[in-house]
Design a protein around this ligand. Sequence first.
Ligand code: FES
Length: 168
Amino acid sequence: MLGKEASKAPLAPPSPDKRWRLIDATMRKHGYKPSTLIETLHTAQQSFGYLDEYALRYVAKSLTVPLSKVYGVATFYNLFRLKPQGEHTCVVCLGTACYIKGAAKILSAVEQTTHVQMGQTTADNKISLLTARCLGACGIAPAAVLDEQVIGNLTPQMIQDKLKQWTE
Ligand code: FES
């Protein structure tokens, strides 16, 4: 549990956008319990593509969870995004197994190729860079997820080639 149970009355959504109804439905289904936080943030991200300040505030108020807690959860889990996402996503694993096998070199190859740092999206909105703590693919470390496809045994050259394909 993340705190005391909220009142059952739904708040007015931040805008008339119908997607807020999906978020309301998720919270309503679980009686606006604070423990619904992660599932609600999931729904919000699926609906809008990322979690902006309006969404975080709305969810915090609706579930009576402190905004700081909502930010904490949204930033702790790599699956949540606080910014609009680029056309392609590159998630580089920085977990222990990947780190030992050279994840730092993969990371710097990615940053050199895209000219942005982890957590950022290229100016042309083509590529978003994210990091993960473990992708569950330690046996093929170093690994990354390129547009939802896990690729292992990466070399800096391999990942640079892939990223260049995205920008052509
Ligand atoms: S540490 Fe990278 S996949 Fe597990």
